[in-house]
Design a protein. Structure first.
Length: 253
């Protein structure tokens, strides 16, 4: 029997969408009788969406309750922790003109979910002081401890992708969390099917050597959930499995 895994794309604080993804997985488990296959969340749990706190609470409670769940660290997850450590620090993957509280990043939505409102409109020192009081240390510890990737069966689950021609143990954290090119344009086989998010598309795409599951939930679009057996991928919907075929010549994003 082929190794089965479930995977969920970038969540970005969208708790109802996450709950629906988990419900669809339970439906698939009921249809197939397999309750052990892990559910791998591909990172970017935080920012942009309205209920980051609820997303993290849900994942922490599920994992503590022995749900077969795993979450990968995303670049936004790292930026949140970095802001709490030093509000003036800039993640090395971020454009120098941006900051965590820039509306394009969405950090203000994360802080608002913890009861720190209007972060982008107030002195950063005051915002930081409030955040240190309101954000549970357990949430920060959870995010800091997230793994950078997970290898299972024929698949490698990672947030952004890989640096081509670099062995997995030699990949840098910055690349695993932030890379786009030259990864997105590389058509070569990476040894495993790379299942990733980070680069938002209108819908999930299977390129043959990789699968991008970031369907833009952080911008109000649907959250993608799939089941993978070997290198075959199906998207899960209300009516069950929908094949996600390899798309030759698809746009390299």
């Amino acid at each position: 029997m082929m190794t089965r895994s479930y995977a969920i794309g970038d969540i970005h604080g969208q708790l109802p969408a996450l709950q629906e993804a988990h419900r669809l997985i339970l439906q698939d488990r009921d249809r197939t009788g397999d309750g052990d296959a892990p559910v791998i969340h591909l990172g970017d749990l935080v920012d942009r969406g309205p209920d980051v706190r609820g997303v993290i609470d849900t994942l922490m409670e599920g994992m503590a309750g022995r749900e077969p769940w795993l979450a990968i660290k995303g670049n936004h997850d790292r930026m949140f922790g970095l802001f709490l450590d030093d509000p003036l620090a800039v993640d090395p993957g971020l454009q120098s003109a941006l900051s965590y509280l820039n509306p394009r990043i969405g950090g203000q939505a994360t802080l608002a979910s913890y009861g720190v409102p209007n972060a982008q409109d107030r002195p950063i020192a005051k915002v930081h002081d409030e955040a240190l009081v309101r954000v549970p240390q357990a949430h920060l510890d959870f995010l800091a401890a997230l793994p950078l990737y997970h290898h299972r069966g024929d698949c490698l689950f990672v947030h952004a992708g890989l640096r081509p021609d670099v062995a997995l143990p030699d990949q840098t954290e910055d690349d695993l969390l932030w890379i786009r090119e030259p990864f997105l344009s590389d058509r070569r086989d990476h040894g495993a099917l790379v299942v990733h998010g980070h680069t938002a598309l209108a819908a999930a795409v299977h390129y043959g050597n990789r699968v991008n599951l970031d369907s833009g939930a952080g911008y109000g679009n649907p959250l993608t959930v799939v089941v993978i057996e070997g290198r075959q991928v199906w998207q899960l919907g209300p009516k069950g499995r929908i094949p996600l075929p390899v798309t030759p010549g698809a746009d390299n994003r």
